[in-house]
Design a protein around this ligand. Sequence first.
Ligand SMILES: [Zn+2]
Length: 390
Amino acid sequence: MTAIISYRTNTQKIPLGFKRVLSPEILKDICVRITGQTDYVIEEQTDSYNKGRLLTVQYNGITNYVSLSETKIDGRNSSLQSVPTALNVFYSDSNPNKQLWYYFLPYTGNPFTEYHLVYYRLMETAGIKFLNINNYYSLPILPYGSVDELIKERSDNQSSNRSNNSSFVSKTADRIQLYAKTYGANKYESTVFGVALSKIADRPIDVFAVSEQDLTNLPASSLRTFDTLGNLSVYTTSLKLNRTISEGDESLRLRSAAYNYNLLNRIGMKKCAICGCEIPEIIQGAHIWGVSEIRNFESINDEQKYAHAISGHNGIWLCQNHHKLFDSAFLAFDIEGRCLVRRGIPHEHEEFIQGSIVNNHLSTSILSDDFKFYLSQRNQEIDLHSYIAV
Ligand SMILES: [Zn+2]
């Protein structure tokens, strides 16, 4: 049987750009790796430019989509920008007999940085198979086995790379959250996260499209892909838009999403600031200046109230126990970030609380000027003299 290899020859910028890259040796190699034989014909299309650096190999009733790497790997993201597009094109094909592959063209640069390797694992998890990675990289690229594993590795990868964050994954007891930026260079990255998560999720996924200025949503092609997957719901929220701070489920859901996103962005992945617990289901964003106090504060308008309520400086991660102890005033922090326990409570309770504290001081990176402002607002409500340091 003869394979049919078809592709659009033009790139967005260079007419016949792909024709130049795809030598007979490369086409033969792709054909053999997919079909196990060398017989193919080529169909070239010139009607539009190539989106997703894709070619297809039709063989034995199966449409094989092949996403081709860049030939020059420079920026961290630029060499992978076509992958989400390839995923979207793949998912827009309703034919169930299909497979998506990734093929490394001969390249210059380094496509095996820490970031790339995490991304390749995501691609594997999303169902993209590597055709020839073994030519260039000796270790196996394994898909994530669970959302926890993905969160853990993402966390390790991001802590050394904080400024480049774009998407965050988190979870609660009954839902998984994907915080997806809708702006900047990485706005398509969340597509790969969404597809990967949908394959390993054991509970429904909420995708929060986080826009910086305006209510821009995720790209339409990504929304269609998410729609196809079935276990994702997309919500649009805003970091800066004037929103009321009213109660009510929808308002609270979007406000919490923006707040959690800002906390993730500022202080990193969920980890109790007091005991170090990292079980995401029981870690919560704990407001320093509480939302009801903000709501009742009289000299600022709604827009300013909303900004305070979602500020990444106005919070820390706490486990449910420490959150409750903090909000019930058993625990407090002084302006230096020292952890304090209330005096005069039953001795055994004080002992229990003391014993549960692993970090008796907030890390200095948390103690921004804004954070200290929120802490001073909170501490106006209590008498710090009735507390003792841990
Ligand atoms: Zn804790």
